[in-house]
Design a protein around this ligand. Structure first.
Ligand code: NAD
Length: 485
């Protein structure tokens, strides 16, 4: 029985723009359905930013989040201009919200879509990849962003995807990566996926290269069930998936951490629609449904979600999804909430009802296995130089004369393409060069060797930008070769 739940502390932020209206509607619906919540309201967003707090969240709000560990968040407005940090990025990183989960479902024929049978859940890694935010300008011509993929970070998200599939009765988990090109970073993501998949023999697993996978997702989303992917691909493709399902206004999402989790709509604060009783509260409501499952009130979640489906199929639609001939009534935010409340306890007749009996919410536990022990030895070094002459031979030939006993120059690449020795005259070169040094007999080297070659290059007037160690892991080269090498 829903009304037997013990109240669960939840931190609530009403946000900006349409935020307060859709939060009111959402809380009214879920509480009418029997959600037992002990709400702590915090201030985030525009007002906090404009008071001089560049993160948009007051320090006291973190105390509430640490206490409740559950965050129901309405969208906020990030003020224009520089200096304001994205609150979502801050929250994800500070609280270690490693998994972004976004169900993308179509509701044909009640919401227009080219994909009437779509029901895909995107599980996006949330903390790593190019979003680590480690960027540097290295030369006047070249900037760099580090793509970091870690074994524990990858294992956590892949395990979460399989555990999610198990908890929600999903049949298949697909991995998207670009490991044909990024053999180390995306290669690790794919490798860990294959390892973890072996532990879930009842769930089908498959891997797609992200480009063709994305094309297939946009064309035939019914071919997918749960898809797990690194941060950047997930960022882009979760928006594509929500949009092709019919409307970004209908999708909720959650950001799961080991301690704290955050639940929200995927859309923004739609300031032009604010204060007019127009906005569709469905995205936040479905975020709140995910929250109810998470806090162990799955029966309430199921009741709310099915009543919402009833309202949708009865044609009670806000302006954003209203369509003559399909919709029966155009309603505002408050009236939509009333319509859902009036249907609590009913099951949809045409749309597929949801069932959360199996769902374990906070019970989704991700335990990392100890990483396999590896042997690691340094066998060379890539020395990156800033050098303005675009002719590779003018760099490589004199550089060769500076080799030391334990390190010889084996190749030079520019933008990853081998240009020395024997480069192609057509290859365009910038002012950013990678000079690869290895032991002449393929033996391990020491850091002193790296210091010695660096000092020699520096003394000869070359401008070193950085060095990267070349490592063998268990005897295998764990670094990229140059294209054309
Ligand atoms: P938006 O999602 O707010 O709006 C895009 C379009 O969708 C607009 O036409 C809007 O009217 C409509 N729309 C969005 N949600 C709707 C709803 N629930 N019902 C009916 N119509 C809806 O995106 P935007 O205009 O690019 O951004 C506005 C502000 O929101 C910006 O300040 C942005 O930084 C912020 N934003 C916040 C979040 C968040 O807090 N999670 C996410 C995205 C954008």
């Amino acid at each position: 029985m829903s009304n037997t739940h013990k109240p669960v502390p939840v931190t609530v932020a009403y946000g900006d723009g349409i935020g307060p209206e859709i939060m009111d509607a959402t809380l009214r619906i879920i509480e009418a359905a029997g959600a037992a919540l002990e709400k702590e309201v915090i201030e985030i967003g525009e007002k906090v930013y404009l008071s001089g707090n560049t993160a948009g969240i007051a320090p006291s709000a973190w105390d509430s989040l640490r206490r409740t560990k559950v965050f129901l968040k309405a969208p906020i407005t990030t003020p224009q201009g520089g200096g304001f940090k994205s609150l979502n990025v801050t929250t994800r990183k500070m609280l270690g919200l490693y998994a972004n989960v976004r169900p993308c479902v179509s509701y044909a024929p009640y919401v227009d879509t080219k994909h009437p049978v779509m029901d895909v859940v995107i599980v996006r890694e949330n903390e790593e990849d190019l979003y680590a935010g480690i960027e540097h300008q290295q030369t006047p011509e070249v900037v760099q962003c580090l793509k970091l993929i870690t074994r524990p970070g990858t294992e956590k998200i892949i395990r979460y995807a399989f555990e999610y599939a198990k908890a929600y009765g999903r049949k298949k988990v697909t991995c998207f990566s670009k490991d044909n090109i990024m053999k180390q970073t995306d290669g690790l993501f794919h490798k860990v996926f294959d390892e973890v998949a072996l532990e879930y023999p009842d769930i089908i697993n498959e891997h797609w290269i992200v480009d063709i996978g994305a094309a297939k997702l946009a064309d035939t989303p019914e071919a997918f069930d749960v898809i797990v992917m690194p941060n950047l691909y997930g960022d882009i493709l979760s928006d594509v998936a929500a949009q092709i399902a019919g409307s970004v206004g209908l999708a909720g999402s959650c950001n799961i951490g080991e301690e704290v989790s955050m639940f929200e709509a995927i859309h923004g604060s739609a300031p032009r629609r604010a204060g007019q009783n127009l906005a569709n509260p469905s995205g936040l409501l479905l975020g709140a449904v995910m929250m109810l499952v998470h806090i162990g009130q799955a029966d309430v979640a199921e009741k709310v979600h099915n009543a919402w489906l009833c309202a949708l199929e009865d044609g009670i639609h806000t302006y954003d999804i209203f369509k003559e001939g399909v919709s029966s009534e155009k309603v505002g935010t408050r009236e939509f909430a009333d319509a859902v409340i009036a249907r609590l306890g009913k099951m949809p007749q045409k749309l597929k009802p949801v069932s959360y009996v199996q769902a374990q919410g906070r019970g989704i536990q991700v335990k990392l296995k100890p990483a396999p022990a590896v042997t690691m030895e340094t066998v060379g070094v890539d020395v990156f130089l800033h050098h303005e002459d675009r002719n590779a031979d003018n760099l490589g030939n004199p550089l060769k004369g500076l080799d030391i006993a334990n390190l010889e120059l084996t190749m030079i690449t520019n933008r990853g393409v081998k240009v020395w020795p024997n480069g192609m005259p057509e290859t365009f070169c910038t002012d950013h060069w990678r000079c690869r040094y290895k032991h002449p007999e393929g033996k391990a080297i020491s850091y002193n060797d790296i210091l010695e070659i660096s000092q020699k290059l520096h003394a000869a007037g070359y401008k070193i930008i950085k060095t990267e160690n070349l490592c063998n892991i268990d005897g295998q080269a764990a670094y990229s070769a140059g294209q054309g090498a």
